[in-house]
Design a protein around this ligand. Structure first.
Ligand SMILES: [Fe+2]
Length: 256
């Protein structure tokens, strides 16, 4: 095992107490002011190895759905779900990984111009991954109906009624110009639920500070194959598959 990889292994696995005979790559066994020959090269190897491990650990993956592509029919058909998840979301994940790799290279070089230039791709692909990951869990073949418990109480407190919340969120979602998302979010500062809309793949929390509870994707890839240009019909249908249990769990987490 090379000194860099052994050190990385040690950082995550070994007993922190020094072991006899381990002196070649462990700076704590030597005074700092008198580095051993080759210590600098070893440190560089170690830094590179840590970077590689960090890169591996931070790689994003496409989350599995907990239901079949056809499970949300007739409200969302299988073809839409398959393309949406396995193609569109997968592309955001892949491009996010590529962007992060480039960003790490730019950081390592101290290239601020390159870091700034990568920001739009990070926002777009990172947002796409965050948003879709939430979206799949917001839906369920056993969804629809009305929320229960604290979530319902919060909706009634902040919107007057469940029906009013649905109408406000539907209107905001349908009104998104071009591609974007409608959201029910939690404003942690004042403990209130709020309806919001975001353009493109702008993530709700990173853009507005609201914690996302329920998102409706109104990119055309989310509905066009089934609903064509009639976005309001898609938004109306999606309420039949909303997983209120998941939305309620998100509210509980957001309040912590
Ligand atoms: Fe989408």
């Amino acid at each position: 095992m090379s000194c860099g990889w052994r050190a990385v292994w040690d950082l995550t696995h070994r007993d922190p107490r020094p072991r006899p005979g381990e002196r070649d790559c462990e700076t704590q066994t030597r005074p700092r002011q008198t580095p051993a020959p080759g210590a600098r090269a070893c440190t560089a190897t170690l830094s590179k190895a840590i970077g590689q491990v960090a890169a591996v650990r931070q790689k994003h993956t496409l989350p599995d759905l907990t239901y079949d592509y056809g499970a949300l029919e007739p409200h969302l058909n299988a073809e839409i779900m398959q393309l949406h998840h396995s193609k569109h979301h997968a592309t955001y994940v892949n491009n996010l990984n590529v962007t992060e790799e480039k960003y790490q290279e730019a950081l390592a070089k101290g290239d601020v111009t390159a870091q700034v230039a990568l920001q739009p791709a990070l926002k777009f692909n990172g947002g796409g991954h965050i948003n879709h990951t939430i979206f799949w869990t917001n839906l369920s073949p056993n969804g629809g109906g009305e929320p229960q418990g604290e979530l319902m109480a919060a909706i009634k407190r902040d919107f007057g009624s469940f029906q009013t919340m649905k109408e406000k969120m539907s209107a905001a979602t349908v009104a998104v110009q071009g591609s974007g998302w409608g959201w029910l979010g939690y404003d942690k500062e004042n403990g209130r639920l709020r309806v919001a809309a975001c353009a493109n793949q702008d993530p709700l929390q990173g853009t507005t500070g609201l914690i996302p509870l329920l998102g409706i994707d109104v990119w055309e890839h989310a509905y066009y194959l089934q609903y064509k240009n009639v976005r309001p019909d898609y938004v109306k249908a999606i309420w039949n598959v909303v997983n209120w249990e998941n939305v309620g769990e998100r509210l509980q987490s957001a309040k912590k």
